[in-house]
Design a protein around this ligand. Sequence first.
Ligand code: ADP
Ligand code: ASP
Ligand code: MG
Length: 413
Amino acid sequence: MALIVQKYGGTSVGDLDCIRNVAQRVVSSAAVGNQVAVVVSAMAGETDQLVSWAREIGGEQPDPREVDMLVSTGEQKTIALLALAIRQLGHSARSFTGGQMGIRTDTAHTRARIASVDAERLQAVLDRGTVAVLAGFQGIDDEGNITTLGRGGSDTSAVAVAAALGADICEIYTDVEGVYTSDPRVVPRARKLDRISYDEMIEMASLGAKVLQIRSVRFAMRHGVPLHVRSSFIPDEGTWVVPEEGVMEGLFVSGVTYNRDEAKIRLRGVKDHPGIAARIFAPLSEAEIVVDMIIQNLSQDGTTDITFTVARDDYRRALAIVEAECAAIGAAGVDGDQSIAKVSIVGLGMKDHAGVASRMFQVLAEHGVNIQLISTSEIKVSVVIEESHTESAVRALHAAFLEAGADEPRSEA
Ligand code: ADP
Ligand code: ASP
Ligand code: MG
């Protein structure tokens, strides 16, 4: 007998037939004696709809407490429907909201962090042989306010519940068969990975592979929760997310990702002297705007250009803040561009192989893709390009690094 946490994403519970399919899967796992806690998302498209209603009625920046009150209702529907479907199959099941299951978070509405889960209460339900159906994405703060965990947050709910219960495994059921070398919807030749390390998965998630929310992978790594990403529609094994030692494939590049959710801001003719960067970025950080890439050009005649990227949702606010600082720092002007995309290659093997970045730039050049910004780390290289080139760039890089006939990397050893 095992203790299993299963999480089903939006498309897996997209309509009543899908919910019945999920109920079957849950019951077949419980029927062989496993204890099963199920975490579910809202029906596909529901959270988007609720977010857009909040904006329509509450303005560009609707009150975050009320937004959480609203968007958390999506999950409340699906837990009740799934519990009913499981009961129809003759198995006992009970649904619980985040608050009812003691999923405590901090007070940061719309991006709250989980502090604790009431594992005793949950275990007591499971010990009675009942399937616990839990609302993903939501929690409750110390004052009883409903909070949500950021888009894609049900993955993190599932991992937190698995960690609190000491579950044997956390299964993430979704609409693709696992983690692929690139988004299978963009790259038809992408292939499923049998295993991927936590570190690579964290990098892939942070660079746009939305199959897992980045926080869920960090949480799983910290608590040693084994993650199995798999399809809710077919029974085959999916992808195991495991510690580095467990990854045997030895790919030097394991994934190509893209992110269309960023925007670029450029300050022109900024004076090149100490304190200027602090002056630009301090008010952005006070406004809790996360800056991703930053590049400063070589200075000419004592002035320079500084370009940086932020999430597209923060673009207007960031632009207004920087425009307000512009005069004070003596910059010649500010401009921005929202039609950009960040395309990245990720792989543990890059640590030991030279020439990966230059090969990437060469491939993009051969496809006529202009590079606007570059950033690198030990296991990734990212470039910002014009958004309309996203798909062709991702496919070209996948062909160059991950398909038959791909170049052998030069080893440093
Ligand atoms: P869910 O609703 O189940 O949480 P998501 O839409 O959040 O599902 O995540 C699954 C989607 O992630 C897939 O449909 C796929 O298009 C996308 N995706 C992006 N990159 C990858 C990748 N490298 N591997 C698998 N899926 C990916
Ligand atoms: N329903 C939420 C969202 O769409 C949470 C999730 O699906 O993980 O972001
Ligand atoms: Mg998701």
